[in-house]
Design a protein around this ligand. Structure first.
Ligand code: HEM
Length: 127
C-alpha cells in the first residue's frame, strides 16, 4: 500500500498541471477574471498539499496514523470545494461553495496544526 505522502503529491501534481493549463488559457484569452481561483488552486492545491506530503514523508510515523488519512480526505475535499467555489463566486456572484470550501480548508489546517504540535511534544523529530 502506498504511503499518504503519495496521495498528497498526486493531488498536488494534478492541481498544478491543471492550474498551469488554466493560467495559459487565461494568458492567451487575456481574460483574467478567474485569476483568484487559479491562484488558490495552485497555492492550496500545489504548494500546501505538496508541503503536507513532504511533512508526512519526513515524519513517517505521523504519516502512518489514521489522522493523516482523515487529513488527506479533508484537505482534498476543501480544495475541490474552494477552487471551483471561488470561480463560481466570481462568475455568478454565489459565494456559498467558496465559504464551505474555505471552512473545510481551515479544518484541514487545524488537523495539521494539531499533528505538528503532537509530533513535536517530547519526541525526537526526524528533521
Ligand atoms: C504555466 C503556469 C502559469 C501560468 C501561465 C499562469 C498565468 C497566470 C495569469 C495569466 C494570471 C493573471 C494575472 C493578472 O490578472 O494580473 C495569474 C495570476 C496568478 N497566478 Fe498564475 N500562472 C501559472 C502558474 C502559477 C503557479 C504555479 C502559481 C502558484 C504556485 C500561480 C499563482 C498565481 C497567483 C498568486 C496569481 C495572482 C492572482 C490574483 O492576483 O488574483 N500561478 N497567473
Amino acid at each position: 500500500m502506498r504511503g499518504i505522502s503519495y496521495w498528497f503529491y498526486l493531488v498536488a501534481a494534478l492541481s498544478v498541471t491543471f492550474g498551469m493549463i488554466w493560467g495559459i488559457v487565461m494568458a492567451i484569452s487575456q481574460d483574467h477574471t478567474l485569476s483568484p481561483a487559479h491562484a488558490h488552486l495552485n497555492l492550496v492545491g500545489w504548494v500546501t498539499m505538496g508541503l503536507f506530503g513532504i511533512y508526512y514523508h519526513l515524519v513517517p510515523e505521523s504519516g502512518a496514523t489514521r489522522l493523516a488519512k482523515i487529513h488527506f480526505v479533508v484537505a482534498t475535499a476543501g480544495l475541490v470545494l474552494l477552487a471551483p467555489g471561488i470561480a463560481i463566486a466570481l462568475l455568478y456572484d454565489f459565494e456559498g461553495l467558496a465559504a464551505i470550501g474555505s471552512l473545510v480548508t481551515l479544518a484541514s489546517m487545524l488537523i495539521f496544526l494539531w499533528t505538528v504540535i503532537r509530533d513535536g511534544r517530547g519526541r525526537k523529530l526526524a528533521f
